[in-house]
Design a protein around this ligand. Structure first.
Ligand code: ZN
Length: 279
């Protein structure tokens, strides 16, 4: 089964100290680039959508694109930042999805545990990711001014009581575009890695240097979420095309340029994560 394979690669990433890149998509073009790049580099890659992508594209449309992507042995489909039970359950029930994130990080510690544990039971065989602490920035409706670092003892208790399969700590990164230099806490990652057996997820990686990303993975990160940089590069390709040919109207050519610019960053991130050739 696909999700057994996802579990296999996540376990492998812990043993071999690499990370599975988790790229967000919201349309067919981005999805094609991510699937093709994963196949080109022989890498296990997570393809994820957010609730706002579901709202933008409509669940049936986006689910049909994901179903095609899911046919690739390199791709594992995931729901990022699931906040409504309705969306989480839709994704759990969809055969395209191997995993879902249940995000109750804004709730109190006790409520986060209770609600995550409840949805974990609902998820059955599917893998579940959850977050503790607050990753700053804006992701969907989640807005925080700054990160609130995850407490190690609370993290141990959280993973034990919720039985989650992937754990997303707050280690100093933020969602979206950075205004100040991010201060990553590698010691915290190290300490979480040594005390937890589940894979660790880094949210808000766009804008980190390759060096920061590599150090985080070396410290124990196993899944790296990448979204903003993909959008930025897609748009850059689009604008470059229009600047060179302001009269252009063939969407296939314009989106073709956008895809090529985005492809470079996807290939690069897979390589920096160390996932190249890990299939
Ligand atoms: Zn996130």
């Amino acid at each position: 089964m696909k999700l057994d394979k996802m579990k296999f690669y996540l376990d492998k990433s812990i043993k071999e100290k690499f990370a599975l890149p988790a790229f967000n998509t919201l349309n067919m073009e981005q999805t094609q680039v991510i699937v093709e790049a994963a196949e080109t580099l022989n890498a296990p890659v997570i393809l994820q959508i957010t609730e706002s992508s579901i709202k933008y594209a409509g669940f049936d449309y986006i689910n049909s694109i994901l179903a095609v992507a899911d046919k690739s042995p390199n791709i594992f489909v995931h729901l990022d930042h699931g906040t409504t039970n309705e969306n989480i359950i839709k994704c759990i029930k969809s055969s395209s999805f191997s995993s879902v994130m249940i995000d109750r990080s804004k709730e109190t510690f006790i409520k986060n545990i209770a609600e995550t544990a409840l949805m974990k039971k609902e998820a059955g065989e599917k893998l579940v990711e959850a977050e503790l602490g607050i990753v700053g920035g804006k992701e969907e409706e989640i807005v925080a001014l700054e990160s609130i670092y995850t407490n190690v003892d609370e993290a141990i208790e959280f993973v034990e009581r919720t039985k989650v399969d992937l754990f997303a700590p707050a280690v100093g990164t933020a969602h979206g575009v950075y205004k100040d230099e991010p201060k990553l806490n590698y010691d915290l990652i190290n300490s979480l890695r040594s005390k937890l057996s589940v894979p660790l997820v880094l949210h808000g990686s766009s804008g980190l240097t390759d060096e920061q990303l590599k150090l985080s993975i070396e410290a124990g990160i196993n899944k790296v979420n990448i979204d903003t940089e993909l959008k930025q590069n897609f748009i850059k390709g689009f604008l470059d095309h229009m600047q060179k040919d302001p009269e252009a109207y063939d969407l296939r050519k314009i989106f073709g340029s956008a895809k090529e610019t985005m492809r470079e960053i996807v290939l690069h991130k897979i390589t920096v994560c160390g996932a190249k050739g890990k299939l």
